[in-house]
Design a protein around this ligand. Structure first.
Ligand code: HEM
Length: 138
């Protein structure tokens, strides 16, 4: 499995971008404009499918690393992956709130902006392999 690691990682990163882009468009229209089309079943299922593939690619990366014995004390030793997974939960919750029609517009927009910030921070945590992500430079 390790021989396909670079390809799986590339798929993972592309799915991350696709997932983020879809949320950027759907979340923006639903939270700021109050549009209903972002909640259309087609788009919702597209989003679920992309996120399922994203998590599958993440699981495949972990499996490959475990089978190569590269996890314990390896590239995750400083806890960046744990931070990324915690932030993922926060991102998902904020994303759900941003799309909720029953919330006031101001609350939806605040959740939308916070979700985008969490996503961007998560990306820097992953890229730098460090739990502090971009905060390392401040
Ligand atoms: C349960 C969720 C996730 C798990 C278990 C996971 C796991 C992993 C693993 C094992 C790697 C490979 C590390 C390496 O070889 O360098 C990786 C890379 C990466 N992940 Fe995730 N991931 C998850 C979700 C996400 C999300 C939501 C993002 C979006 C911000 C993301 C962004 C990235 C990026 C950008 C890389 C490439 C890092 C590099 O350039 O070395 N991941 N992820």
């Amino acid at each position: 499995m390790m021989e396909f690691y670079p390809q799986i990682k590339s798929v993972h990163v592309h799915l991350v971008m696709l997932s983020g882009l879809l949320f950027f468009i759907r979340g923006g229209a639903a939270s700021m404009l109050g549009a209903t089309w972002p909640r259309h079943a087609l788009l919702r299922y597209a989003s679920y499918s992309i996120d399922t593939c994203l998590l599958t690619s993440a699981a495949m990366l972990l499996t490959a690393l475990y089978s190569a014995g590269a996890v314990a004390g390896g590239i995750f030793a400083n806890g960046w992956l744990a931070v990324k997974m915690l932030l993922l939960v926060l991102y998902v919750l904020l994303g759900i709130f941003a799309m909720r029609a029953k919330f006031k517009r101001i609350a939806r927009v605040a959740c939308y902006v916070a979700a985008l910030l969490v996503f961007a921070f998560m990306y820097t945590v992953a890229r730098l392999h460090h739990p502090l992500g971009v905060l390392l430079y401040f």
